[in-house]
Ligand binder design. Structure first.
Ligand code: ADP
Ligand code: GLC
Length: 497
């Protein structure tokens, strides 16, 4: 089976969050199951700066965007450790920019950029030697792919028999643009209606994907339920509900070549369940040096690594650390970038508690690995969380997550209770209400358990042995592809009344 994965970011070439980790690992996992997978993504400045060698493919062609024909050139590489080809759509004006989607504000021309990317991906597919069975698009940036497949590319031999999958990694980002961007899509205005591409007078890329795709997935079963209702559906709950029969939730896996304390090149000393303490000590010495401290301290290390967005619960995190830092019971390390207000509040928090709260504002892959390796406790007080990867990385590195019970965190973290400790299923500390007191109570429970060395060591050893590798989840995607291909092709779409 030939599958084209279309994603706007992928590790190790360009990354802002978990989507990159998924897009960089799922294709290789599918390839291991015998699937012939290809990935296509934009050739951002980061891609050229990533240090991975890119070849010219000789493919250079024009893509229609509205009235214009925009030239693209295609570069090629492979996903590390695999033979999976990665194609990069290059256009300097659109993708040679400092960041992927914009800084504090999104780039004004993001509709145009991802129309160009999506059509270029399909044009490329038509120029490759063999046809594709599945077009699998990720998030709003690839949301137009299912519509293009059914409305503009239905007769192209490379795609004529293909089915489309739309994966939702985050319902809060839908790619909503002003109505006149419809002209840039090359699709007929008649599809700009409330049942198809229109959303409160605007053009909605994710909605388009959800309406036209043959199947929809999201990244955990709990999130699949949450988006079927308000507020989780972020206004698209009706669309999701109307397509309930083709929606499924598949929990993300983790790339165990990249996130593995036994082989990780970004941590100072490798470790496994038998020498966690030694490994963590070495990571702490390196982290202390990186943070400008003469030596690490002996308190439990509590960390947060993530986008500083409303989603991540940074507001309650700041409140709780503000209240708890004074008691000196733990050392807090925070790494993140995003909302300017959160960045400032975190800098103030660090300034108020020198030696107890360290804050690094920025995106730093090496530091993210070092923090996971050094940590005892990882905080994820998310308002909502489609899947979440940091808690799965925490398990692997012998850190215990403290999480809000929402989305994928419900499906991956089991609260520590006397019962779950006894039956060996405990894996973290879960709180329900989105409230700083609830987070504080859960963190206090974690710190109290940490003081009980024997119990903590057992907990750490047990989470480190959990298997969250991609194998199981990739198999579920493959089953879905097979199921979708076995169905009769959908009839040509008609505009809604
Ligand atoms: P999301 O996709 O919502 O950002 P996930 O938990 O799925 O959340 O994935 C986040 C990924 O991004 C993890 O690999 C995490 O280590 C990484 N990450 C987030 N912020 C940073 C940062 N400031 N520096 C380095 N890595 C980061
Ligand atoms: C999104 C979600 C996150 C998920 C990631 C990868 O960015 O916020 O929960 O893990 O995508 O699917």
């Amino acid at each position: 089976m030939r599958v084209l994965q279309v994603a706007s970011e992928a590790t190790p070439f360009a990354k802002t969050g978990g989507l990159a980790d998924v897009a960089g690992a799922l294709p290789s996992a599918l390839a291991r199951l015998g699937c012939d997978c290809t990935l296509v993504m934009p050739a951002y400045r980061q891609v050229f700066e990533s240090g991975f060698p890119l070849e010219r493919t000789g493919f250079a062609f024009d893509v229609p965007v509205g009235q214009r024909h925009v030239g693209v050139e295609i570069f090629r590489s492979t996903l590390p450790g695999s033979a999976v080809p990665v194609y990069f759509v290059s256009n300097e004006a659109c993708f040679d920019r400092p960041t992927l989607y914009g800084g504090g504000q999104d780039y004004q021309d993001n509709a145009e950029r991802f129309i160009l990317f999506s059509r270029a991906a399909l044009e490329l597919a038509c120029r490759l030697e063999e046809p594709f069975d599945i077009l699998h698009g990720h998030d709003w940036q690839a949301g137009l792919i299912p519509a293009y497949r059914r409305l503009l590319y239905q007769n192209r031999p490379a795609l004529a028999r293909s089915a489309t999958i739309q994966t939702i990694h985050n319902m809060a980002y839908q790619g909503v643009f002003w109505n006149w961007d419809m002209l840039l899509t090359g699709l007929d205005w008649k599809f700009f209606n409330w049942r198809q591409m229109e959303f409160y007078g605007q053009l909605n890329f994710l909605k388009t994907g959800l309406v036209f795709a043959d199947a929809i997935t999201t990244v955990s079963p709990t999130y699949a339920r949450e988006i079927s209702e308000a507020p989780g559906g972020c206004g698209l709950e009706g669309v999701i509900a109307s397509r309930r029969e083709v929606l499924s939730g598949i929990v993300n896996g983790i790339d165990t070549d990249v996130w593995n304390p036994q082989t990780d090149l970004l941590i100072p000393r490798h470790y496994s369940t038998t020498d966690v303490a030694t490994g963590k000590d070495a990571a702490r010495i390196a982290l202390a040096a990186r943070l400008g401290h003469a030596a690490p301290d002996t308190r439990p290390l509590v960390s947060f690594v993530g986008r500083l967005a409303e989603q991540k619960g940074v507001d309650i995190l700041i409140e709780v650390i503000g209240r708890m830092a004074g008691d000196g019971g733990a050392h807090y390390v925070i790494l993140g970038t995003g909302d300017a207000g959160h960045e400032d509040a975190l800098r103030r928090l660090a300034a108020a508690h020198p030696g107890t709260v360290d804050v690094v504002i920025g995106f730093d892959e090496l530091l993210a690995h070092l923090i996971q390796a050094a940590s005892d406790i990882v905080l994820m007080p998310s308002r909502f969380e489609p899947c979440g990867l940091s808690q799965l990385y925490a398990f692997r590195y012998g850190a215990i997550p403290v999480v809000r019970g929402t989305g994928g965190l419900v499906d991956t973290v089991i609260d520590t209770t006397p019962e779950s400790l006894a039956d060996g299923t405990a894996s973290g500390f879960v709180f329900r209400e989105f409230d700083s007191r609830a987070l504080e109570y859960a963190l206090q429970r974690a710190l109290t358990t940490h003081a009980d060395t024997v119990t903590w060591q057992r907990l750490v050893a047990s989470v480190m042995q959990q298997d969250w590798s991609w194998d199981t989840s990739a198999r579920k995607y493959l089953d879905l592809y097979e199921q979708v291909l076995a169905q009769p092709p959908a009839p040509p779409p008609v505009p809604a009344e």
